[in-house]
Write a protein that binds this ligand. Structure first.
Ligand SMILES: [Zn+2]
Length: 99
């Protein structure tokens, strides 16, 4: 399950490239299945499941893909408030942005 390989990924929102841990699960259904079947999820594993673009802060299991409507969500004030809130731990913030 765990894969520590870094890959260069191009963000589907802003077009910037960044190094991300390689995607270990493809899509929400596979991620949900993993969550439901796992007996333990450590912090390091959780970091691998959702990538975060360091430029536009888009968060998804695969930054190279985007679902319809996500562009508009990322531009909202509420999204930016969460993205810029350093009071929220980084991993929790990443999952909040992905949701
Ligand atoms: Zn981006």
């Amino acid at each position: 399950m765990k894969n520590d390989n870094l890959l260069e990924v191009t963000c589907a929102i802003c077009g910037s490239s960044s190094l991300q841990y390689s995607q270990v699960l493809s899509g929400f259904n596979e991620m949900l299945k993993y969550f439901l079947e796992s007996t333990s999820l450590d912090k390091d594993t959780l970091k691998l499941l959702v990538q975060e673009c360091p430029f536009c802060r888009y968060c998804a299991p695969d930054l190279a893909t985007v679902m319809p409507g996500v562009n508009e969500i990322i531009c909202t004030e509420s999204y930016r408030l969460i993205a810029d809130n350093i009071g929220i731990p980084a991993l929790i913030r990443r999952y909040m942005l992905y949701s």
